[in-house]
Ligand binder design. Sequence first.
Ligand SMILES: [Zn+2]
Ligand SMILES: [Zn+2]
Length: 122
Amino acid sequence: MKTCTKCGASKDPADFYAHLRAKDGLQSNCKACMREASKRRGKALTAAHRAARGVHLLAAPLAPGHKLCSVCGAEKVLEEFYFHLRADNGRAARCRDCAKQAGKRRYKEAVAAHIAQGGQHG
Ligand SMILES: [Zn+2]
Ligand SMILES: [Zn+2]
């Protein structure tokens, strides 16, 4: 029998992984403890990765006086965004191009709706 230095349990040598440089040729922690440790390490790694990615997103290199359009994702100068007093930087979330596109689409939809509602007269 061998005692695990981590959980203190006496276990069969078969419950320990091999460790060539150890005196008895076995790891000092049992297999269960090793698995637990590697699992925890994996979780810690993913958490670190996620945190790093979050930081990266927050620290996206935006040139001063620029804003990211929430629709096309392009980085444009503030002048390319319409004023929007209640928004960040006092500018709309989408660029003028995207706002124009949306306006056009809305106009077409309104016209189509009007025709559908019996624009037959005339
Ligand atoms: Zn153990
Ligand atoms: Zn845009």
